[in-house]
Write a new protein. Sequence first.
Length: 230
Amino acid sequence: MNAVYSWTEIIAIVLLFNVCFSTSYRRTETQVCALCGGSVNNTAVDLFCSSSAGRIKGRCCLKNNSISDPERIIGLDLSNCSLTHVDNLQGVSTVVMIDFSLNPIVNISDTVFEGFGDLNFMILPPHVACPGGNTSWEKVELKDGKRLCEGQKNMCNQTGHLSVNCPENSLCAPYGPGFSECSCAESFYGYKCLRQGDFPALVVFGPLAASTVVMSLLLWVTQRRKAKNQ
Ligand SMILES: *[C@@H]1O[C@H](CO)[C@@H](O)[C@H](O)[C@H]1NC(C)=O
Ligand SMILES: *[C@@H]1O[C@H](CO)[C@@H](O)[C@H](O)[C@H]1NC(C)=O
Ligand SMILES: *[C@@H]1O[C@H](CO)[C@@H](O)[C@H](O)[C@H]1NC(C)=O
Ligand SMILES: *[C@@H]1O[C@H](CO)[C@@H](O)[C@H](O)[C@H]1NC(C)=O
Ligand SMILES: *[C@@H]1O[C@H](CO)[C@@H](O)[C@H](O)[C@H]1NC(C)=O
Ligand SMILES: *[C@@H]1O[C@H](CO)[C@@H](O)[C@H](O)[C@H]1NC(C)=O
């Protein structure tokens, strides 16, 4: 028996390595679903989840829009979790509904929800303000000792606000309560959306392909040498 792998085996091993490397990141983002115990049963997030055809996992509601898409977190129920502060919700920016009620939270910084463009319903302890303030929401109310923030307002089109100045070739888009971003119009990209044409896939994905080839070559050469020495 010699230890020489075929080219295809080596490329498969390196690709597998690359895939493992990139999915280890995705695993950390679901840690928030296991932030505290207890089940999500008959809560507001649970009802929202079943009405959106999602599935409950720990304290999260997960859903994939299409089969090729990875699952996204659309609901997060961290009520009664003994949370004292919320400062990092990385990997949860796709969430639509959040419940932070029944926690000893004092205040939450607006910047925690920067990029949360889909966020549309929040349940908070009564003394915690809705992120971005009342003007960032269609409706803010106190109900059953909880603060409800409903309907994220689009900051791109606010009367009494200066219209957001986006550079030419770009459009203003919601980017979380109180935030907006300028995203490039179709067929434009780059700094201030000044470049036109197709997205340069070679420049972005080229290095990944190159590293795969180089690592495959290295593995192949070392395996060959090992085999020769036997
Ligand atoms: C959820 O709660 C209902 C009663 O409120 C109970 O009948 C049901 O078994 C619970 N389901 C789970 C999965 O705990
Ligand atoms: C959701 O995506 C996973 C893979 O990420 C897949 O296994 C599953 O079948 C998908 N579910 C639906 C309902 O499309
Ligand atoms: C909150 O959690 C505690 C302990 O986990 C439990 O005893 C209590 O009933 C919960 N309160 C609510 C309103 O669910
Ligand atoms: C939260 O409250 C504390 C004390 O009241 C204050 O020092 C801190 O700046 C506040 N943080 C935010 C994000 O408002
Ligand atoms: C926001 O709205 C709530 C509920 O209507 C109200 O109690 C609160 O005083 C408002 N906050 C500000 C800063 O206007
Ligand atoms: C923007 O605001 C104007 C005036 O308030 C309104 O007529 C228009 O429908 C709004 N557009 C969007 C996309 O909200």
